[in-house]
Design a protein around this ligand. Structure first.
Ligand code: ADP
Ligand code: MG
Length: 246
């Protein structure tokens, strides 16, 4: 679904990504993990064509990502950010309707899809008539996910979608996401700095450190066979063990 070939991205003196080569197959669920400032969000933004690399090439569904096809590609990818990114002056329903309306969907089709997704996210239909500020943080993130899913894109990129939630709400949404990832069969890239969350939701973990891939493997690989001292320290700092670890 996605491939990055020798991608580098600088912001002035800052090296956000440094010679990163990665591939993400169709239907796979991967977590991008790393400390704050390691380059995780930059990686997602490059895949969406929201920013451009200084070096290297990106392919989406086999197509070279270029400015001319950026908008077409963005419609193939749902994107969820930490704060949800909902427009406060629009109701939930109108937030959900933005892209579909732009694509020429009828009102009936938009409402049918909104109701379908509300059921999928276990939200009451009354939520559709409310404004984002009238929702809890967990509900806002469910709506942000609904918005990303409206047009049923084959891929879903999520940038710390649960980062701002309290532990219980977060655990609930983790469960919901886990079920969704299994049932929807989309290509998912989930950015998180929480290794436990990554291990719970993704079969593959890509650990980024200072813009480079420090390790790429399963949770068990990171815990039992850390590639270097940084990985060992990152794992130890999380103070958890994956199920079945010695
Ligand atoms: P992460 O998501 O892992 O926290 P980012 O990809 O946001 O990391 O950022 C990687 C590095 O690039 C950081 O040092 C950050 O400060 C810098 N950076 C990110 N976006 C910009 C920008 N628009 N302008 C300048 N520096 C940026
Ligand atoms: Mg980030």
């Amino acid at each position: 679904m996605f491939s990055l070939e020798q991608i580098s991205k600088h912001y002035g003196e800052v090296v956000a990504l440094d010679d990163v080569t990665l591939g993400f197959g169709v239907g796979t669920v991967s977590a991008i993990v790393g400390s704050s400032g390691s380059g995780k969000s930059t990686l997602l933004r490059l895949l969406l064509g929201l920013q451009w690399p200084d070096h290297g090439r990106i392919r989406v569904e086999g197509q070279l990502l270029e400015r001319s096809i950026r908008l077409a590609i963005r419609r193939r990818i749902g994107y969820v950010i930490q704060e949800g990114g909902l427009f406060p002056h629009l109701t939930v329903r109108d937030n959900l309707a933005l892209l579909p309306r732009h694509l020429g969907w009828s009102r009936e089709r938009i409402d049918a899809r909104a109701h379908e997704l509300a059921a999928l996210m276990e939200l009451p239909e009354s939520v559709l008539r409310r404004y984002p500020t009238e929702l809890s943080g967990g509900q806002q993130q469910r709506v942000a996910l609904m918005r990303a899913l409206m047009t049923d894109p084959p891929a879903l990129l999520m940038d710390e979608p649960l980062g701002a939630l309290d532990p219980l709400v977060r655990a609930e949404l983790q469960e919901r996401l886990q079920q969704l990832f299994v049932s929807l069969r989309k290509t998912v890239l989930l950015v998180t700095h929480d290794l436990g969350e990554a291990a719970f939701l993704a079969s593959r973990i890509v650990l980024i450190h200072d813009g480079r891939v420090a390790q790429d493997g399963s949770a068990a690989d990171l815990y039992q066979r850390p590639a270097d001292e940084f990985v060992r320290r990152f794992v130890a700092a999380q103070r958890i063990r994956p199920a079945g670890a010695p």
